[in-house]
Ligand binder design. Structure first.
Ligand SMILES: Cc1cc2nc3c(=O)[nH]c(=O)nc-3n(C[C@H](O)[C@H](O)[C@H](O)COP(=O)(O)OP(=O)(O)OC[C@H]3O[C@@H](n4cnc5c(N)ncnc54)[C@H](O)[C@@H]3O)c2cc1C
Length: 423
């Protein structure tokens, strides 16, 4: 077996292209949109829609190198600014859900606007979390009822913490993928996802969350009140397998691979996380690298040059810290690339995606806090972006499955326990 860690030429080209984009387009407005929480970063959104989304070379890089390049892009752009990255007009998690659970026709229909050149920017989002259901996604209470008279689904419920939820629910062409249950008594088998196009009557934006970090990102609360969508907006199949009803209430912990249901609706929706977790891990790595690179440059400016080759007993405390930070970052990146590479190859990557997410979420939290600590008052000051990176870091340890949930999934996969046994 050959193990190679080299990136392809296309990936390397994309990497350097997105770093330049981050440097030119994101860093100069990073503080502006951290302070102006929720304001639409018009210059960035327009740039991305007109030029940025077509990639390093007319879109070729993304097309050829697939998922690994998506992760490289995420790392570079979050090195620029994680909040602005999340505000980019893209299908985002909504698109991942449509790809994971939707038919070819649904993929073509709902993603069409994103492929068009020109027009106004479009956003996608995914709404799972509710006031009483986050880690335990199977506990959601939003309902979907079928109306045979009109051939429509009627959605009722409230969704919170929906990333890109403002743009996706209000701007024409956008959509929110909403998780809802067809039958609360039937447990996870009855949970399906529905595409709700922006502006659908009954979908109401209640507001955006004020947050510690990623303040440029619109984290929305959405209410669904008799919100009607066509029958075909249900992703996957509508049937609920009755034998699954016995599992009602079993904690799912955002865990897909031990679900014995053959229903692509729920399983497909859960599989979204196998794609999204490596991306979040890459985002975390980008923020961590921003802090670490800055720290090393600033130390050098102050005359402290890290001696990587010094024997351990001769290393200073700062050298030990920086070398540990580098090791954590590299480990997170390699786990991320492995999970992404497996995704590219169509291999099951549930374990690897959770490993990468758990490692990177923790690493970025530690690295950014340490950078602030070592820089002291300078690190704490708003004159620099280091304190912002520390605030932007923490979310990577929370969304797309918290640190604890991803560790649980890793333990289940390694020990071969079901979510019913190890929860
Ligand atoms: C900025 C932001 C953006 C978000 N974007 C989206 C989005 O786009 N779409 C969406 O649907 N959701 C989104 N979320 C929601 C996010 O995914 C959830 O908040 C997260 O999954 C945690 O769920 P919870 O809020 O119910 O917390 P809880 O599950 O109540 O967790 C609270 C604490 O308990 C721990 N915990 C929970 N269960 C266990 C267990 N079994 N074992 C050990 N520890 C456990 C958790 O790790 C955590 O530390 C977002 C959240 C934030 C803050």
């Amino acid at each position: 077996m050959t193990i190679r860690f080299d990136l392809s030429e296309g990936s390397l080209r994309a990497q350097s292209h997105y770093r330049q984009v981050a440097l030119d387009q994101m860093r100069p407005i990073s503080r502006k949109y951290d302070l102006a929480e929720h304001a639409l970063p018009r210059e960035w959104v327009d740039y991305w829609w007109r030029e940025g989304r077509f990639g390093a070379k007319g879109g070729a890089a993304l097309a050829n190198d697939g998922f690994v390049t998506i992760c490289l892009q995420a790392e570079q752009l979050c090195w620029g600014d994680a909040g602005l990255y999340l505000r980019m007009p893209t299908p985002a998690l909504g698109g991942s859900a449509v790809s994971a659970a939707g038919t070819k026709e649904q993929q073509a229909k709902f993603m069409a606007g994103f492929r068009e050149v020109g027009g106004q920017p479009i956003w996608g989002a995914m709404a799972i979390t509710e006031p009483h259901a986050g880690s335990d996604a199977a506990a959601i209470e939003t309902t979907a009822e079928f109306d045979p008279a009109t051939d429509e689904w009627i959605l009722n419920g409230t969704k919170i913490f929906c990333t890109a939820g403002e743009g996706a629910s209000t701007e024409p062409g956008g959509f929110v993928v909403v998780w809802a249950t067809l039958d609360k008594a039937a447990g996870r088998a009855a949970i399906k996802s529905f595409v709700v196009p922006a502006g659908t009557p009954g979908m109401q934006l209640l507001g955006c969350e004020k947050k510690l970090g990623i303040r440029a990102s619109d984290t929305a609360t959405l209410r669904f009140e008799n919100c009607r969508v066509p029958k075909d907006n249900l992703l996957g199949r509508a049937e609920v397998k009755k034998q699954e009803a016995a599992k009602a209430g079993e904690a799912s912990s955002k865990d897909s691979s031990k679900d014995s249901s053959k229903d692509k609706g729920f399983k497909g929706a859960m599989a979204t996380f196998d794609a999204s977790r490596p991306i979040v891990a890459a985002m975390a790595t980008g923020v961590g690298r921003a802090a670490l690179e800055f720290l090393i440059e600033e130390l050098a400016r102050q005359g402290v040059v890290i001696r990587y080759d010094a024997p351990p007993r001769e290393r200073t405390a700062i050298e030990k810290d920086v070398i540990e930070m580098e090791a954590d970052l590299q480990a997170a990146r390699l786990l991320t690339w492995r999970a992404a590479w497996m995704m590219n190859k169509g291999r099951p990557n549930n374990l690897e995606a959770s490993m990468a997410k758990a490692k990177a979420g923790l690493a970025v939290t530690k690295i950014t806090q340490k950078a602030v600590q070592i820089l002291g008052p300078l690190g704490h000051s708003r004159k620099l972006l280091v304190e912002k990176w520390m605030r932007d870091a923490k979310i990577n340890d929370i969304y797309e499955g918290t640190q604890q949930i991803n560790q649980l999934i890793v333990a289940r996969r390694i020990l071969d326990y079901s979510s019913a046994v190890l929860r």
